[in-house]
Write a protein that binds this ligand. Structure first.
Ligand code: MG
Ligand code: MG
Length: 255
C-alpha cells in the first residue's frame, strides 16, 4: 500500500530532506585527494547530531556507518574506511537522517579533484536521468513511467542501469512502498497517488549492468569494475509536476 501524506507529514519529510542536503554539502567540502572516507563519515555524523537528528542509516538492517560512500566501481552501500581518496575518483555519498519521527534519504556523486571527461559525462548523465525520472513522477502515472524515463535516457547514451537496487517510498520508515525501479515499461507498475513521497535514485554504469556483492555483505560493485554513479532525491507526487523535497543548491553552491 502506498501512503498518501498529509501536508504536515510532507513538511516533516522536507525538514529531513533539507538536513540530508546540508549534510551532503558539508561532506562535499571535505572531498579532496588524501582524505580518508571514514573521515567523511565522521563529518556527517557530527553534523547530523549537531542539528538534533540521528543518522538514518546507522544500525539500519545492521549497517554500521552514517554514510554509504561508494567510490568508482562501487555502486552503492560502500563502507567508509581507511581508503584515501585520489585525484580522479568519483565518490557517491548517500546519506539518511531520522528527525521528528520521519526519515530523509538522498545521494550525490562528487568528483574528487580532476576527473576524466568520460567520468564527468557519467555523472552528468546520471543526474539528468534523475530529473527525467522526477518529471515522470506525477499523480496517476506509474512506477514503470519513472523507470522508463531513466532507463531510456541512459541507454540511449550508452550507459546501463542497475536492476538489483531500486528507489522507494519513504516516511516513518526509510524504505516503504512502492519500489521504484530505474528501468521499466511505460504504463506498467504501481499507480502513484497524489501526496505519495518517494525516493528516485538511478544507479548508472559505464559498462555492463551486472553487479556483485562485497564479502562484507553490503558493498555493491560493477561486475566489470567500470565506474558507476548514483544520484537520489526525495519528491512528492503532485498533479502536473512532482515537487522536489531534496535540493542540490547547498551542494552545488560550494563547487
Ligand atoms: Mg534511497
Ligand atoms: Mg539513499
Amino acid at each position: 500500500m502506498i501512503r498518501v501524506r498529509t501536508e504536515e507529514e510532507i513538511e516533516l519529510l522536507r525538514e529531513n530532506a533539507i538536513l540530508v542536503s546540508r549534510t551532503i554539502a558539508e561532506v562535499g567540502k571535505h572531498i579532496v585527494p588524501g582524505v580518508k572516507t571514514k573521515e567523511l563519515d565522521a563529518v556527517a555524523e557530527e553534523f547530523i547530531r549537531d542539528n538534533g537528528a540521528t543518522p538514518g542509516f546507522l544500525g539500519y538492517g545492521g549497517f554500521p556507518y552514517t554514510l554509504c560512500i561508494s567510490v568508482n566501481e562501487y555502486v552503492v552501500h560502500g563502507f567508509p574506511s581507511d581508503y584515501e581518496l585520489k585525484d580522479g575518483d568519483i565518490v557517491s555519498i548517500d546519506c539518511g537522517t531520522t528527525y521528528k519521527g520521519y526519515n530523509g534519504d538522498s545521494a550525490y556523486t562528487f568528483a574528487c579533484g580532476q576527473i576524466s571527461a568520460a567520468d564527468q559525462a557519467l555523472l552528468d548523465t546520471t543526474k539528468s536521468s534523475l530529473f527525467k525520472g522526477i518529471e515522470a513522477a506525477v499523480a496517476g502515472s506509474r512506477t514503470g513511467d519513472i523507470g522508463y524515463a531513466v532507463q531510456s535516457y541512459c541507454e540511449e547514451r550508452g550507459y546501463s542501469v542497475v536492476r538489483e537496487l531500486v528507489g522507494h517510498g519513504i516516511g516513518r520508515n526509510l524504505h516503504e512502498s512502492p519500489e521504484v525501479p530505474n528501468y521499466g515499461r511505460r504504463g506498467h507498475g504501481v499507480k502513484l497517488p497524489e501526496g505519495a513521497v518517494i525516493c528516485i535514485e538511478p544507479m548508472i554504469n559505464q559498462g555492463v549492468k551486472d553487479v556483485y556483492l562485497d564479502d562484507n555483505g553490503w558493498g555493491v560493485y560493477t561486475a566489470d569494475h567500470k565506474k558507476s554513479a548514483h544520484f537520489e532525491m526525495m519528491v512528492v507526487v503532485r498533479k502536473g509536476a512532482a515537487e522536489r523535497l531534496t535540493t542540490y543548491e547547498y551542494i552545488e553552491g560550494i563547487k
